[in-house]
Structures are given as structure tokens and as C-alpha cells.
Design a protein around this ligand. Sequence first.
Ligand SMILES: [Zn+2]
Ligand SMILES: [Zn+2]
Length: 350
Amino acid sequence: MDSEAKKIQGDAGDKPVVADPKWDWHPDVPLVNSPIFIWPPRPLVSLKSLASNWIELTGRVVFLVAAILSWLLLTRTVENVGSFNAGELGWIAHIYIRNMLLLIVMAGAIHLYFFRYSRQGKELQFDARPLVKKGRMFTFSNQVHDNVFWSLTSGVFFWTFWEVVLLGAQANGLAPLLAFGDSVAGSIWFVAMFVLIPLWYSFFFYWVHRALHWPPLYKRVHALHHRNINLGPWSGMAMHPVEHLIYLGSVLIHFVVPSSPLHVIFHLQFNVLISIFSHSGFESLLIDGKKRIGMGYFFHQLHHRYFECNYGTDEMPWDKWFGTFHDGTADATAMVKERRRQMYTAKPGQ
Ligand SMILES: [Zn+2]
Ligand SMILES: [Zn+2]
């Protein structure tokens, strides 16, 4: 998190801050939330923080470029987008194949760079233990094979499913459409949506993820994602089909909020690609020793190590408000361990 956020939110007081020791590398702790939602409100600080995601080469910029290219490719090469008539379904095959290729290229390239060819060694890697090659908890007893399997089967299926539902609804007048240039206010909203979609994601993800940690859902559904204690890019979309359905369902907002097909494509690609980046296990991608792009997300890496903390993202302070924020310190680890002890003893057998 940037130093501005730390300045605004203050430090932990006079007590010395001790980092949780179980990491090979970690950012400065204590982690602090993004200043987007600070109280009392400071609009300029919030806007600056929001803008910082777009004026440098960040994941968001890459995702937006990918979405624009996908949109142009779809609308310029495929006819009858949104039609469900037999014989006019080529657009669905196009989306399915594009999603499959996009996932293979993005997750595959990041995996090869960090893990297969170890291009930056262990530099900026949170947990330098190798990914699990023999573990019975994983499908095919291999973490990477397990993760690739769930991502490319159920992951691509539900990603495509939601994209087809939403683009079909927009084309058939069942979801409100918005076009750039229709009006000044509409054009401003068109652009603002690219900033707001990640915030909606942060809100939706927190609540859905909390629900997934409800023991009956956790055991049957979310435990599949949590097989991954240590992470690689393919872990991001390694989810149970029910979790794919729910997680990617955040796109249903476009049935209510006027949007364009580009927003839908961006929204879904954001959901998928942010999880590839955030689970990559490395804080940044280095080329020639220089940080080129932020990748991994220590906030969520802590969730995979300690489970009952950091359910959301640092863009919204839900975890802080509900007392589940792990800020990367040894004190926070002790807090989460105590919380887990109370949860498990209060509900025997869970
Ligand atoms: Zn995760
Ligand atoms: Zn979880």
C-alpha cells in the first residue's frame, strides 16, 4: 500500500510492529487499507488513489486493453452477436475459444515466467516453497494439474456462460444498454464504469466470499480453492463449479445498470484475470531487476495461509470493520488463530 495511505491511517501506535515471520518476502507491515474509503471523507485523496490504478502500467490497464481488443475482435469478425437462433451461434463458440486462449496465455505465461523458468528466482516471492507435486488432496495429485483442470473446464465454462447470458440479454433488449457518445452524461458514465466495476467487485467479493466460508458451503464448495495454501497463477481460477457460478455472477449487475457489451467483457475478464495476477505468489514482475507490473496480493496470500481473515480486498474496509483484517503482523496472526480456535470449539466437528 502506498505511503500516503499509511500516513493517513496512522501506525500501530508506540508498540513495535513485528511482522509475521512465516514469509520469505512480504511488503511493509502493517498493511493498511486503500484510502478510497477513508473517514472523514477526503475526496482528493480517494480520487488520487483511484487514479493511481490507471496512470501506471497496472493489471487494470492490461485488463482494459484485453477487453477492448476482445470487443473489437468479436464485433468485427462475428455476425449475429446476441442471437440464439440455431445456425447463428458462432459468436458463442468465438467467446468460448477466446476465453480459453486468454486464460491459457495469461496464466500460462505467468506460470512459465515465475515457476517453470524461474526468471526472477525467489525475488519478491511470498512463499518460496515449491508448488505441490505429490499431494492426494489435489485432483491428479498435483497442484498445477489440479489448478489448470478446474480453471480450463468449469472456469472457462461459467465465464463464457455469464458472458453469453449478458451479451444476449443486451442484444435482445432484456438488459439496459449504454453507448459512448449518446449524451454527455452517458459518456461520462461510460468511462466511470471502468473505475466503478473494480469497486463493485470488491464489495461483491467480500460478501460472496464470507458466504463461502459458511461451514456447509465451505466443505462442499470453497474447500477446493483452499487446497492451495501456497499459490501460483493457475490457483486463481481453481474453484468448484458452484463457486465459479457465484463468483462470476457479479456481472448480473448489468441487468440493472445501463452498460455496453464492452463493460460486460471487461467485468468478466477483470474477475478472471485479477485472480490470476493476485494468486501469482510474487508481489511484482521484475524484468532486468526493475519492477514492471504489480502482480501478487499479499492481502489475499494471508487469507490462503490463515483462512479466517481478509475475505475481501484492501479497496474496501469490510475486513477492518468486521475485525477480520490481517495486516501481516505477528499480532494479527495471533488474533486470527484465536478467532479460529473460538470458531472451531464453538461448533464441534466443523
Ligand atoms: Zn484465493
Ligand atoms: Zn476463502
